[in-house]
Design a protein around this ligand. Sequence first.
Ligand code: OGA
Ligand code: NI
Length: 375
Amino acid sequence: MVTVSNTQQIQDNSSPSYDKNSELKAFDDTKAGVKGLVDAGTTEIPRIFIHPEVSGSRPTPSLEETHFIFPLIDLENISKDPIKHKEIVEKVGDASETWGFFQVINHGIPESVLDEMMRGARRFFEQDIEVKKKYYHRDYTQRVIYNSNFDLYSPKALVANWRDSLYSTMGPDPFNPEELPEACREITMEYSDHVMKMGCTLLELLSESLGLKPSHLREMECSKGLSILCNYYPSCPQPELTIGLSKHTDNDFFTVLLQDNIGGLQVLHQNHWVDVPPTPGALVINIGDVLQLISNDKFKSVDHRALSNKVGPRISVASFFSSGPLPSYRLYGPIEELLSEDNPPKYRATTLKDFYDYFSQKGLDGTSNLSRYRI
Ligand code: OGA
Ligand code: NI
């Protein structure tokens, strides 16, 4: 149960000295996340969520009409028609080089599975708080983590985000499904199988568009690990003061994102924040930092963010191809076959765990993760 006193304590912005840490802790201790604030009838967002204007990162709604058309790729007949296949490989390559983002339709995951995954995520966040609370913690060695703001206490994080999340590491090692919350257990297992299958197809397309044999990225074990992150962005009474998810790049090979029809995801493209249009049945794919690193900057891991919204909740489910927090020994550096005298390696090799740990410890501070590895 969210205690009213906690909420009031957080809302009391009038005291002259702003003790940020105790406000963060009071919020964290409710274990009810941002949803708890909304359920308690918050009309003015607590200070920890207010974007400092000076940082220049407070998102102002873009009034300009941009002429950008967000790439949409139809995967229909991908394995049956060789001409279509070649076209798709080119489109995937173009989008990965210029946008770092694209949407796919006819990807083979039944709409019923997508819908049920969204319902499962909603069931988790909207269930009895006493059941949900049991999953609330910040021990990132655990398989299942529900909390709000993984970087809540990170001194560099720009601002607390108007978002709650549930992170589940699905592989590479087999595990007991009972570890997943019951509210979304069955569908998370089923959805992740589908995403893994589609992810393998994508890896073939990405390999080919790099001029490598189709199995190259799979053989590098880019599809070995998978984590699923359910994002819950409650309706926000003052969306112009905060953000759903601060700008960041993903710290994986690539991400498959399922979003509902509310919208709010934006991608930084040619210095403009471009909306990713919610498209029924489509999945959003984006290149992560590790794929940028191993492609030696051919593919781009691009900044993106999610605005908060008066309407809500907005729900999204991000599937990250990486073994994330699990121990990993394999080193990933720029792919030899892509290097030449004119294209020397731009990065040193590193492990997936190093990437994950660096990202987690740094928090969403708006800076690049990749610069740490640049030669
Ligand atoms: C993410 C992400 C976007 C969204 O979880 O990394 O970028 O729309 N999510 O929820
Ligand atoms: Ni992301």
